[in-house]
Design a protein around this ligand. Structure first.
Ligand code: NAD
Ligand code: DAU
Length: 368
């Protein structure tokens, strides 16, 4: 294998979601990449083609193709591999929210485990024929479990997932690894920490807090609010994925993290302060006469998430040293940019909050 690996046709699964859509945008900005992108997404509640409007406008029908399909549809996957000559898969498609996995784990097993198996089988069949396929699996630091006050996750930290979500991602990682060792399918895996930034569905901590605050709703903090996550701006995650796709060694795992450990409560306070500067409650119509003078007065402590991991912290020296990656933004810069993005994208927010994006889809893509 020579590097950079330069795929001609990349199949991105889950490309209409938060990280997938940011990744597709970043791939078209990658000067090394001259190929086509096929975005395969079945558009669950988390998939939104509005995230890719400008990609569709600039590259649609020439270098960008959308396929509305599930990753368990093997026949269609085979057709897509053949039709486009897929030589790289970047597999994002997943059920991604821990709280949902606690309330309904079944979907997580079907999509994250069985769906990954189906993607691997399709890639293996193509690779057996053509020997030119690489399978890149996007995974999470949550597979490593929970840390105490000290220490970091390394690539060789034993897996110890604690939620149905992280257990399903861990299972998928093991399958991907097994396809390398058993069948020789060239695979790479990356395990990333918490992402935030534009286009994130407002069920995750940061966008939920921004939008709840702007709407004058409570800001629910689980437990004591002192759980720690390691935050990475989504575009920095995407720059890491681009590097790994082009230069990552087959069979290797790379950790990706922001080296930005924060307690949840500190993040929510910081969001409240940024909103206070940018859109003070007295100028926000949602507040009416409810007497709230500062966004932080909306904070409420609620019952803890069952099995709530205490702390995540990722060591990503391997990625930095072997592939020369580093993040471009500090957490403060990324958070300000994110708050600004949600303030500036009222239509996107309204469509997501009201479910209008389904009708936007019908209007722009026809009924499916
Ligand atoms: P997301 O929930 O925003 O998007 C998931 C996408 O997958 C959606 O577009 C959805 O429609 C699609 N999808 C779901 N089931 C599908 C199926 N059966 N067939 C086809 N498409 C399907 O998720 P995200 O936050 O963008 O995460 C993307 C990937 O990155 C996931 O694999 C997740 O585990 C991983 N990851 C996420 C984070 C994070 O902080 N969000 C961090 C590390 C790793
Ligand atoms: O670490 C990577 C993982 O990060 C990804 O694999 C997952 O796909 C992604 O969802 C994320 O998982 P978390 O559970 O860490 O993210 P979430 O935004 O749901 O929660 C972040 C922290 O904030 C967590 O400690 C729980 C807490 N929280 C979350 C919500 C939604 C609250 O206190 N209140 C809330 O309302």
């Amino acid at each position: 294998m020579t590097f950079p690996r330069n795929p001609k046709a990349v199949l991105v699964t889950g490309g209409a979601g938060f990280i997938g859509s940011n990744f597709i945008r970043s791939l078209f900005k990658n000067e090394l990449f001259k190929g086509v992108v096929v975005n395969l997404d079945c558009l669950t509640y988390a998939g939104n083609l509005e995230n890719l409007e400008e990609v569709e406008r600039d590259f649609g029908g020439e270098r960008y193709f959308f396929e509305k399909a599930g990753i368990n549809d093997r026949d269609l996957l085979e057709q897509i591999f053949d039709r486009h000559g897929i030589d790289a898969v970047v597999h994002f498609a997943a059920e991604s929210h821990v709280d949902r996995s606690i309330h309904g784990p079944g979907e997580f097993i079907q999509t994250n485990i069985v769906g990954t198996f189906s993607m691997l089988e399709t890639a293996r069949a193509a690779w057996n024929d053509r020997r030119d396929v690489v399978f890149y699996h996007i995974s999470t630091d949550e597979v490593y479990g929970s840390l105490g006050d000290e220490g970091h996750f390394f690539e060789n930290t034993p897996y110890a997932p604690n939620s149905p979500y992280s257990a399903s991602k861990a299972s998928a990682d093991h399958l991907v690894r097994a396809y390398f060792h058993t069948y020789g399918l060239p695979v790479v895996i990356s395990n990333c920490s918490n992402n935030y930034g534009p286009y994130q569905f407002p069920e995750k901590l940061i966008p939920l807090m921004i939008l709840n605050a702007l709407e004058g709703k409570h800001l629910p903090i689980y437990g004591d609010g002192k759980n720690v996550r390691d935050w990475l701006f989504v575009e920095d995650h995407c720059s890491a994925i681009n590097r790994i796709l082009m230069y990552g060694e087959a069979g290797e795992t790379y950790n990706i993290g922001g080296e930005n450990e924060r307690q949840n409560i500190d993040i929510v306070h910081r969001i409240c302060e940024i909103l206070q500067e940018n859109c003070p409650p007295e100028k926000n119509d949602a507040f009416g006469q409810n007497g709230i003078r500062h966004y932080r007065d909306l904070i409420v402590y609620v019952k803890d998430r069952p099995g709530h991991d205490r702390r995540y912290a990722v060591n990503c020296d391997k990625l930095k040293e072997s592939l020369g990656w580093s993040p471009s933004l500090t957490f403060e810069e990324g958070l300000r940019l994110t708050v600004r993005w949600y303030l500036d994208h009222e239509d996107w927010v309204r469509h997501i909050r009201t479910g209008e994006y389904s009708s936007w889809l019908d209007k722009n893509y026809g009924k499916r």
